[in-house]
Design a protein around this ligand. Sequence first.
Ligand SMILES: NC(=O)c1ccc[n+]([C@@H]2O[C@H](COP(=O)([O-])OP(=O)(O)OC[C@H]3O[C@@H](n4cnc5c(N)ncnc54)[C@H](O)[C@@H]3O)[C@@H](O)[C@H]2O)c1
Length: 338
Amino acid sequence: MAYTAVLVGCGGICNAWLGPISETDKLNIIGLVDLNEDAAKAVQEKYDLSDAKVATDLDALLTELSPDIVFDCTVPIAHKSVTLTALKHGCHVLGEKPLSDSMGNARETVEAANASGKTYAVIQNRRYMNQIRAVRKFIESGKLGKVTTVNADFYMGCHFGGFRDEMDHVLLLDMAIHSFDQARLISGANAESVYCQEWNPAESWYAHGASAQCIFEMTDDIIFNYRGSWCAEGLHTSWECDWRIIGTKGTLRWNGDDDIKAAIVQKVDGWQAETEEIQIDIEEVEEFTSHKGVIMNFLKCLEEGSEPETICSDNIHSLAMVFGAVESAEKGSKVSIN
Ligand SMILES: NC(=O)c1ccc[n+]([C@@H]2O[C@H](COP(=O)([O-])OP(=O)(O)OC[C@H]3O[C@@H](n4cnc5c(N)ncnc54)[C@H](O)[C@@H]3O)[C@@H](O)[C@H]2O)c1
């Protein structure tokens, strides 16, 4: 059975959705919505969606078409209203990150989704990678012992232009959600508090907050250290971050790409323990990766009646790390995360 869907927000990121969607027969895009009708028409033409209705008013189009699903590719300030409108029409929703533009709006949206009996999940495409699954599997095997420390470095020099150059807290609000969500997946823990120092380095081409360092206290006595910058020229890390995970029996390093290695204690005798180095295999556990992985998994969950792992009620824990870090940076002190 093919699900019918309306996609809202026909800007840059919708290409990461419509490419994969055009490769599956499980979805039928019956409507495209954007405040800018020309943007929706351009997308209709690019993806050969001549049967899809183009509109600027989501509410009216949902009344007319009654789709199964709404895909939300709008900007963060619109995520709450798009999702609430879709739920009111009895649609499931898969939306772009971040869940919402504030914790208050996020809570309201999660409550509405819970009350509706429909599924609202968020795209966290950086979970849908064979590499991060291999890291998690190795940790679950217990070979590292109990995880005590997780470090992630994110260093990029991105000259985007546009809204990112002008916005406040650019790294924390626009990018760090990916890394924080990955830290939750890797550690299996949620954040309880954060201290964040945020700054804009000399000669930064951003208006505010291109660099940040955060220390999160996570559940299970894990410390997660994040160091990031969008204003760091040269020797970039991967978009997935460069990771060091320390356990009571050894250390794992993942370069965010295909290099995952661990050193596991064999014998403690003398000044430094004897360790064995292991190169960790990356198995093809994800049938589909990135955006396609999240979208196909979402459809599978609808078919099975199960919950996607990025369901809004779970994803709000990743968002809480972002807004906790922003609050800490503004106050200049450690804050708790509820
Ligand atoms: N997952 C990722 O890796 C990733 C990457 C880039 C962007 N994003 C996210 O995708 C979202 C969109 O980003 P983008 O780069 O495509 O932005 P964009 O500005 O290119 O496109 C957004 C589109 O949404 C439309 N829009 C805004 N409010 C609307 C509303 N209420 N109803 C209908 N249309 C509306 C705008 O007219 C615009 O065409 C953001 O939440 C962003 O954080 C995610």
